[in-house]
Design a protein around this ligand. Sequence first.
Ligand SMILES: Nc1ncnc2c1ncn2[C@@H]1O[C@H](COP(=O)(O)OP(=O)(O)OP(=O)(O)O)[C@@H](O)[C@H]1O
Length: 306
Amino acid sequence: MSPIIEVSDLSKTYASGTPALKGVTLDIREGEILALLGPNGAGKTTFISILCGLVTPTGGQVRVGGHDLLRDYRAARSLIGLVPQEIALEFFESVINTVRFSRGLYGKAPDDAYLERVLRALSLWDKRDAKLRELSGGMKRRVLIAKALSHGPRILFLDEPTAGVDVNLRREMWEVVRGLKAEGVTIILTTHYLEEAEEMADRVGIIDKGRLLLVRDKADLMHEFGQKVLRVELAAPLAELPSALSGLELSPDGLTVSYRYDTHADRSGIARLLGTFAAEGIGVRDVATEQSSLEDVFLRLVRDLA
Ligand SMILES: Nc1ncnc2c1ncn2[C@@H]1O[C@H](COP(=O)(O)OP(=O)(O)OP(=O)(O)O)[C@@H](O)[C@H]1O
């Protein structure tokens, strides 16, 4: 199947001289969820903004559904919906009028039957006459999605859909996005959260300093880079690790031993490790685990790919 979006050698240098994107080439498959990960300032929003026609690239080419984004802008843009990072809504307007207005902006004929389907899919139909200021934060975010879907796009961009929201709302958003995928919508989302990418994405792309470092099937990426760290706090400091524990890290104060393990392996090795502590007569005060953060993944990737 040909890709729904083809990006080749895309670059953007802002007038200020900041090179925000440097030669990004990427095919996006129809029906997939692609998560773009990257630290602040990596170029994710610039990438999305170019694909949505909000920012003009300095170089390269983008085709959306076979249409050149610059030469055939209207046809390309009509296939795309964008859910922006910021909640910017007319708070005194009703839900239904907000989505009707968005649809009108795309020059599409009114179609309340379609908008009803969208609002029902987002569990907003019962709230259609409510003013936006009366809605909860989760509902407001869903209105942003309804607006982005109002003209019937096949591709939806979500720029940090769950930044700063609580865990329940995050899960609710994930459900909504999964529902859209089931409807056949291609979804590209940016996120800082490795967990979000892990939960949602079919593929993960990592952007750093304007470059696309890699794009990989999520399962492969998590297998390769998704690690956890077990921190074992000792009852008394150790001067050095016994040979049975060689390969682990001992903190400079001798009180914490760190063990990295693959979260996707059949066996974590934790039981055997704790058995070794007992066999060596090392007292354990406490244990804690930490998921490797996106930052850890980055550090390793940047090191490995440098
Ligand atoms: N309108 C602009 N004018 C000048 N520089 C810009 C503009 N927008 C972004 N930049 C710069 O381009 C680089 C990439 O920014 P961008 O917003 O695309 O990153 P991001 O990955 O989306 O970051 P975040 O995770 O913080 O949203 C940054 O150095 C940023 O300061």
